[in-house]
Ligand binder design. Structure first.
Ligand code: AHR
Length: 858
């Protein structure tokens, strides 16, 4: 077995004592029925999903260092217009494919504020220089915009720079080589010289090359290598102008020489290596909503993403910026080959995103779209004698690429989509029977209506964005699926609510989710976490797997969880029983402070009382002691003895200072004054951004729900329950929370509205590595306690020697890796003392994800 370099150290520990994590200990028992094979685990379970979101590609995986290299960033995407600062993707009001012939009025703020974003002219005193965007005489028709610099007068300072800031800085490393190329043309007056340089954050030229004479009427390509004399992760690129006259620039490109596998036009080595280290079975590309586009006219088309870079028009990502498509179809297929993964290409099915304009190509006009996807497959796997196989060979790759899967659209669903899917399916299967064809199922679970309307699908794609405790509460999610003649691919999964921007709680929930998939190996064959990357300077999605900036990166705990689960994958699942033994000493799960809150609502609260063991331990007196409370957000003021929150907006919050309660009754009165919702009562408060709360009048004053707030991110932890009737404005209500050890009951005017009970947070599975007979136990302990577990092997197998434990653990659920400490939470390997027999014990640390690999004999 290969250990990856994230696994830090090998320690020898006793199988019976978990020394380093010894503290409050709970108990559990696990029985493994070693002769009862439940099902097999898919070798393709773990893949990856790449989308151009949060600059995951541009300024991320794709190693280009110049942002807006072709001056195309301010180009309005095809079929769209900008009106009053908003992008209207459907100005002609074409019908939305999902709105019964109506057009959607979707708009997004147009993010572009200048003609040449990320470029600026820095002229020294006395110089007269103007930089403008030009559409005259373009370098190529695909990229119609360029920059023109008119130098009327130059001072003698020699410091007149046309600067590109890179992707929030350029990572210059001392002694490394960076390949620069650009196109330029001049009028007769501009003679040169022209210097290209990297400027440090202090403004010093730390790499430079001078082209002595630059004077050409038509576009001409120049290139050189820049070698910094200093390291600076926040340097910028600049042209230093050396002559009066006019000079134009286009396609300014700077690449590190060292890219992943040293490919020119390649990938950032550190980021690509994270992906390679996951050993993904497949790579899904290029999205996500990116595939759908803001409208059909601007949706991606693979044919625009191959061939000379200067001829690629780029694609406007629905996430609000242009992809240059430098990491295009060919580069993607090459990457799959480089990391020995299969390719899963998702194409636009002639439909734009249903949450956006939703424009579509009619059924009658669909044939060219079908032809396009057949061509894409031919490009990847066709013989060099075929039309597109020949183009692939001309592009440097005569051998076929490992394309194994095709997905028809992203997140479309319903009978209309099914009809369209059937057409693609038939056309693709007729020509390429070996390709597996994936159907999308909308944004959530497998959608029965869609599935039943599809004639045949090889694989159905479920998307699963979940909140903090979801996977513990719904561990049996896939157990309950009706089996049929289809497989499940969870094309996008992540815990992304109630977990800040990603933390240990998210990893625990992700791990439980993965165990649920693995345990249902007969059904769930493939999965990929989403989104993969986040450039921390521009986040478009709350929680992402790998974070980076120009000069550094780190992978979240969830990344190491997926890697561990993939490396230690069983071939077959065994039946087990797992029981967490009720502890004699109960621990209050909802310990903490209390608060008052509102969301888009103005509310008054009064007579707050906390009763512990029959005794009042806190009683509010806002008129005289309002200073016991602290306002976190909102406008809180005492009015007629009540505390009134009068501001509009989300997450208005006030907390009772310096008090913590364990099990108690919280009583109060509340009156809605105006606004959208009604009352929010925080409890188990452990910091301004970490608490549970009862939300009465949630969802526009219709429901009650328990919510978790973790580092400011909110998610439901209970189902929502409809209120008998909305909360009346101007009426005082009595609210009571009975906060028990594990259960919390919420009453309104003495009527029980809703209860919440902490889910059980010990999840485990067991399986076998058929190559050597090792048993593999995977356990997620989401509890705040070490759980000592007695493990018994039922059946023929016996433990036969020292076992290995791979453990990721933390002391708190908010823990996460960071730029400063990128590998703080990674799997730690320990080896037990030799054991023989049918029984063993292992202590699973609090907040931990563990895999045990146990040698056996029969
Ligand atoms: O992963 C982010 C987005 O979530 C994807 O673009 C989309 O497919 C899903 O809704």
């Amino acid at each position: 077995m290969q250990l990856n370099n994230s696994i830090r150290s090998i320690l020898v520990v006793s199988a019976f004592v978990s020394g380093s994590f010894a503290m409050a200990q709970e108990r559990a028992s696990m029985k493994i029925f070693t002769d009862k094979v439940k099902n097999t685990v898919s070798p393709n379970l773990h893949g990856i999903f790449f989308e151009e979101i949060s600059h995951g590609g541009e300024g991320g995986l794709y190693a280009e260092m110049i942002q807006n290299r072709g001056f195309e960033e301010s180009r309005i995407p095809p079929g769209a217009v900008v009106e009053n600062g908003m992008l209207n993707a459907n100005p002609n009001q074409k019908p939305h494919y999902n709105l019964n012939g109506r057009a959607s009025n979707w708009r997004m703020p147009w993010p572009v504020k200048t003609a040449m974003p990320y470029w600026k002219m820095s002229a020294s005193e006395g110089s007269k220089i103007e930089a403008t965007l030009s559409t005259n005489d373009p370098l190529t028709n695909a990229t119609p915009q360029s920059a023109i610099i008119k130098v009327e007068h130059l001072s003698t300072s020699g410091k007149d720079y046309f600067i590109n800031e890179g992707f929030w800085g350029i990572d210059a490393k001392k002694g490394e080589s960076y390949v620069l190329s650009f196109y330029t043309k001049t009028n007769d007056a501009y003679k040169g010289p022209l210097t290209v340089t990297l400027l440090s954050s202090a403004g010093k030229e730390i790499a430079a090359h001078t082209f002595k004479s630059v004077n050409n009427k038509g576009w001409k390509k120049y290139s050189c290598v820049l070698t910094p004399t200093e390291t600076d992760g926040k340097s910028v690129f600049a042209f230093r102008l050396g002559s009066t006259g006019e000079i134009s620039f286009d396609f300014v490109s700077l690449f590190p020489k060292k890219t992943f596998k040293n490919r020119p036009n390649g990938l950032r080595a550190d980021l690509a290596q994270y992906l390679a280290d996951l050993k993904p079975a497949f790579v899904r590309w290029p999205g996500g909503c990116f595939v759908e586009g803001v409208n059909v006219e601007s949706a991606p088309n693979w044919k625009n993403s191959i061939g000379p870079l200067e001829n690629r028009p780029g694609t406007f990502s629905v996430w609000g910026y242009w992809s240059s498509d430098g990491f295009g179809y060919h580069e993607y297929l090459q990457f799959c080959e480089d990391i020995k993964s299969d390719a899963l290409y998702v194409f636009n099915a002639g439909v734009a995103c249903e949450f956006r304009s939703g424009t579509f190509i009619s059924d009658e006009q669909l044939q060219p779209v079908i032809d396009d996807v057949l061509d894409a497959i031919e490009y990847a796997v066709g013989p060099v004698t075929s039309k597109w196989g020949k183009v692939r060979a001309q592009n440097g790759h005569p051998k076929p690429f490992p394309l194994k899967y095709i997905e028809v659209g992203n997140e479309q669903h319903g009978p209309w989509y099914a009809k369209r899917y059937n057409r693609f399916h038939e056309a693709i299967k007729t020509k390429y029977p070996e390709i597996k064809i994936i159907s999308s199922m909308g944004i959530g679970d497998i959608n029965r209506r869609t599935l039943d309307s599809i004639k045949t699908t090889d694989v159905a794609d479920e998307h699963a964005y979940k909140s903090a405790f979801w996977s513990f509460t719904n561990y049996d999610h896939f157990d309950n699926y009706k089996r049929g003649d289809y497989e499940v691919y969870v094309g996008e999964f992540a815990t992304n609510a109630g977990v800040g921007n990603g933390n240990m709680q998210a990893a625990l929930n992700d791990a439980a989710y993965i165990l649920g998939m693995e345990n249902n190996g007969d059904l769930v064959k493939m999965s990929s976490y989403a989104p993969l990357f986040e450039n921390v300077n521009t986040r478009h999605w709350p929680v992402n797997l790998i974070k980076f900036k120009a000069d550094s990166s780190f992978a979240r705990i969830s990344y190491y969880t997926i890697q561990l689960m993939n490396e230690q994958r069983s071939d077959e699942n065994l039946s087990i029983s797992l029981n967490q033994i009720e502890s004699s000493v109960k621990k209050p799960k909802n310990k903490g402070g209390i608060g008052l809150a509102t969301w888009d609502t103005q509310t008054e609260y009064r007579n707050i009382e906390v009763i512990e063991n029959g005794k009042t331990v806190y009683q509010s007196d806002f008129a005289n002691r309002s200073n016991e409370w602290t306002s976190v957000r909102g406008s809180w003021a005492v009015k007629d003895g009540a505390m009134a929150q009068t501001a509009q907006g989300a997450q208005r919050l006030m907390l009772l200072k310096d008090k913590s309660f364990e099990t108690y009754t919280l009583k109060l009165e509340a009156r809605k004054i105006s606004g959208t919702n009604a009352f929010i009562i925080p409890f188990a408060v452990n910091g301004q951004g970490t608490m549970l709360r009862a939300h009465i009048g949630a969802l526009v004053n219709n429901s009650t729900v328990f919510e978790i707030v973790s580092e400011g991110s909110v998610a439901n932890v209970s189902p929502t329950k409809r209120l008998a009737k909305p909360i009346e404005t101007g009426k005082w209500y009595k609210i009571r929370l009975e906060v028990g050890y594990e259960k919390v009951d919420c009453y309104l005017d003495d009527v029980l509205l809703l209860s919440y009970t902490e889910p059980k947070k010990l999840i485990g599975i067991a399986g076998r590595d058929k190559k050597n007979g090792d048993l593999i136990i995977k356990m997620v302990n989401g509890n705040d306690d070490v759980i000592e577990t007695e493990i018994e092997l039922d059946g023929n197998a016996e433990v036969n020697g020292a076992y290995k434990a791979y453990t990721i653990a933390s002391n708190e659920t908010g823990a996460e890796n960071s730029f400063a400490d990128p590998k703080k939470y990674v799997p730690v390997t320990t080896v037990s003392e030799p054991i023989k027999g049918k029984k063993m014990k292992h202590s699973f640390p609090k907040y931990s994800i563990t895999v045990l690999r146990i040698p056996t004999k029969k």
